[in-house]
Design a protein. Sequence first.
Length: 261
Amino acid sequence: MESTDNDKKLNLSIIKAFELLNAFTVEKNTWGVRELAQKTGYNKSTVYRILNTLSVLNVIHQNSNDKYSLGSKLFELGNRVSIYKSIRKLSNDSIKKTALEIQETVLLSIIKDNQVFHINKADSLHGLKMNTSIGAYQPIYATASGKLLFSFLDEDEKENIINNTDLKKYTKNTITSRNELLKELEKIKNQGFALDIEELEPGLICIAIPVKNKNGNIIASLSASGPLSRFRMKNITKYIGILNKEIKNIEKAFYDFENLS
């Protein structure tokens, strides 16, 4: 099929790009097109084309002598990985304590690329299998974590996300109306917590509360998810209380990392 052929071409291009990147070492940190072609066995036009693309993306930097070196984007991405690992390490105990007490799956999440990005997780002791994991993305408008973080953005950011997001319907409860979503976000902002009642997955309920930085700004969310059969609406206040018990320790994990986008 045509799509399969395209996928094969895309994968081959990525493989070639990484083989070129792997040639850059501490001992040999700059390369010319000709010598890199000789090193990898690719023809010069292929090497030049890939390097040119990587250069536009700041993955590769072209020096004044027409040599290439690793660019700032790799340093930035590497730092992001280190930041997330640090936050996971610093928040692990608190996340696990919260999951143990609330007896549901607990997630620590931020906004990234206009979606919810999960940076830490502690599974429910009941063995609930959620379709998400650390490093996974979920829609910002159909999750408790997403709606909570969404609600505290400034109006311009809200407008930008709404205008560039396809409000896809996942279940019968998913909010797909722009006006309904804005009303929901205003309600969440006023009450200080968010609920997802079978909006992303049938039978799944989630509640989220904010995580703040030193200046009191909302930078992340802490959420608990459980099945409809066990997650009781009458216990919302109790759930919020449990989530809040470790919130100060979790917030401390973020204090040295202000920009996570």
